[in-house]
Write a protein that binds this ligand. Structure first.
Ligand code: ADP
Length: 581
């Protein structure tokens, strides 16, 4: 043997170390290894079959691993070596007993080796997950490998050869691919759902005939859930054809230029068989371009904006209407102002024209009364007195009207100064005295003048226009006289606190009577011009219904006010509020 080995060319497997001749880490390790310590014995004693397979293993670029002999002594090649990692089993695994080397996975591989060694069929494992300790940690590794028998020289089974391929990267790639495919699938489903449930309507039309390929829920809703997919638009939606939409589609398909429509009016049957109804759509027709640049169809998408358009139109209509109403109101107001002015002027002229002859009548009555034109009989004197009363009455009315129109024209001027109200009352009271006497109405004035005021009693002094305040009190006193039955009572009084809450710089003057009173629902109306509650009274007592309107305007013109409280059948109290002096 030694001689043959000496003469054998390098790599001659008949030679002892020829099996391990050649480059590579595993060959070097095999050469250095003392095989006599293993069940295989020294290399020189190895049977041909072992030599041959050992040589095949060491020569192969495919990872291979051999268990040989009764103890399953191990030999592996350079290609297998990385599977054992930088630290761990290598290089101790060389020449080691199988069972000792693979204690951790012996449960899995032991029976397979046993099967092969006992003449059973070879095993084939594809993409098996066999994590191994490699590069200092437990790595996830997949393998495709087979265990097959290797015959010994005598034809019996001498060992088990493992030929393996690490498929970790392929398995990983496949898994990644599967994961990506799954993700893609999810994304596709999600997109399909979004597309299907989008509030915008969407449809894809294919080919020159614009055949519906797909349409989402909103599109179906828009066109009344008709059958679309697989049908040309002209057939599926005849009204679209009749309204010129086919020409638009043709144009987009032939030019590739998108069509954008804003608030386009479309008549569509929303329920099958129904008459078409008008809808407004914002939409786009967009050509679908294939990879080779051809235009294969059109995507139609957009929104039904009917509600917005209707709402906007309604707002526009209302705006227009309110604008017209405003113009009408303005016109009416201008006309009213004009009419009011004309009326005021007419009344002013008339009053003036009437006063002149009335004054003349009074003059002539006085001349006759004085006997200038001869002796006057008692009967004549009586008649003259009646003429005089009628003249005064008429003059009073004319004065009221004139005053009122002056107010309306804003031509009243106030000479405001400190006024002692007791003086005013003392001035006007005699003017109503005859009527008071005639009706036996008792008048009480509870006012202290600055001269008569007791110590501690506030003086009834206010800021006012003396004449105008006189006019107010004359009106209130003559009303009280007019509307109080014979034997009644009138009280003129003064307080600085009407109801306890008034600011101290206001003075209140009350003219209270025990007359017929004013119905509750007329309390506001009596301050309106020409309003009289009891026309029967008015006829017998005269009056124009202007007195209170004028009086309140005058009171307010002096910074005060005029108010009333009354109870029907019991009496009325008019209160003049003025700034205290
Ligand atoms: P006129 O006295 O000329 O009718 P006024 O404007 O002074 O006009 O009064 C309007 C109406 O208010 C009166 O016609 C009358 O119906 C009612 N009125 C005014 N004062 C009293 C009063 N003291 N008692 C009852 N009613 C009154």
């Amino acid at each position: 043997m030694a001689r043959r080995a000496d003469n054998a060319p390098q790599g001659d497997i008949s030679a002892g170390d020829g099996i391990f001749a050649g480059p590579g880490e595993m060959r070097a390790l095999c050469r250095a290894f003392d095989w006599s310590t293993t069940a295989l014995g020294p290399v020189e004693s190895w049977p041909l079959s072992l030599r041959t397979i050992a040589r095949v293993v060491l020569d192969s670029p495919t990872p291979m691993f051999l268990w040989w002999g009764p103890e399953l002594t191990q030999i592996y090649n350079d290609a297998y070596r990385p599977s054992l990692g930088a630290s761990g089993r290598h290089p101790q695994a060389l020449g080691m007993r199988g069972r000792e080397c693979w204690t951790d996975i012996w449960n899995a591989i032991g029976p397979q080796i046993e099967q092969v060694m006992s003449g059973g069929p070879p095993t084939w494992h594809e993409d098996q997950y066999l994590p191994i300790e490699r590069n200092g940690r437990l790595e996830d590794v997949w393998w495709t490998y087979s265990y097959s028998a290797v015959r010994a020289d005598d034809g019996s089974i001498g060992g088990t050869l493992v030929v393996c391929q690490e498929t970790t990267s392929r398995v990983r790639a496949e898994r990644e691919r599967a994961r990506l495919l799954h993700a893609l699938d999810l994304e596709r489903t999600r997109l399909a759902t979004v597309f299907q449930q989008a509030p915008a309507f969407l449809a894809v039309l294919r080919g020159e005939n614009h055949v519906f390929e797909l349409a989402n829920d909103s599109y179906y809703q828009l066109v009344g859930h008709r059958e679309l997919v697989g049908r040309p638009i002209a057939e599926a939606l005849p009204e679209a054809r009749d309204q010129g939409f086919l020409e638009l589609l043709d144009q987009v398909l032939s030019t590739g230029e998108a069509f954008v429509g804003r608030e386009v009016s479309v008549r569509l049957a929303r329920t099958p068989g129904d008459a078409p109804e008008e809808r407004f759509l914002d939409f786009i027709y967009q050509a679908l371009v294939e990879a080779d640049g051809t235009r294969s169809g059109i995507a139609a998408h957009g929104y039904d904006v009917t509600e917005q358009v209707s709402a906007r139109r309604e707002v526009e209509r209302l705006l227009h209407e309110s604008e017209r109403a405003r113009a009408d109101a303005e016109h009416a107001r201008a006309a009213a102002v004009q009419a009011d002015l004309a009326k005021s002027q007419f009344l002013a002229n008339m009053s003036h024209e009437l006063r002149t002859p009335l004054n003349a009548i009074q003059g002539y009555v006085q001349l006759i009364d004085l006997g200038i034109h001869g002796a006057v009989t008692d009967a004549q004197r009586e008649t003259l007195a009646r003429i005089d009363r009628a003249q005064r009455h008429l003059l009073g009315l004319v004065n009221d009207v004139l005053n009122f129109t002056r107010m309306g024209a804003g031509r009243v001027e106030y000479d405001v100064q400190v006024v002692d109200v007791a003086d005013v009352i003392a001035d006007v009271l005699p003017l109503v005295e005859p009527q008071l006497a005639q009706k036996r109405i008792d008048v009480e004035v509870r006012l202290s003048t600055a001269r008569t005021a007791d110590v501690g009693e506030p003086a009834a002094r206010v800021w006012a226009d003396y004449e105008k305040l006189g006019q107010i009190f004359l009106n209130l006193l003559s009303n009280a006289t007019k509307f109080t039955p014979p034997g009644g009572r009138i009280v003129v009084s003064f307080t600085t606190r009407e109801d306890g809450s008034a600011p101290p710089d206001v003075a209140y003057f009350r003219v209270a009577d025990t007359g017929i009173g004013i119905p509750r629902d007329r309390l506001d109306a009596i301050f309106e011009p020409f309003v009289q509650v009891r026309t029967d009274y008015a006829r017998s007592t005269g009056g124009t219904g202007l007195g209170l309107a004028i009086s309140r305007d005058l009171a307010r013109g002096m910074g005060g006010d005029l108010r009333v409280r009354s109870e029907e059948g019991k009496g009325s109290t008019f209160t003049v509020a003025l700034r205290r002096a």
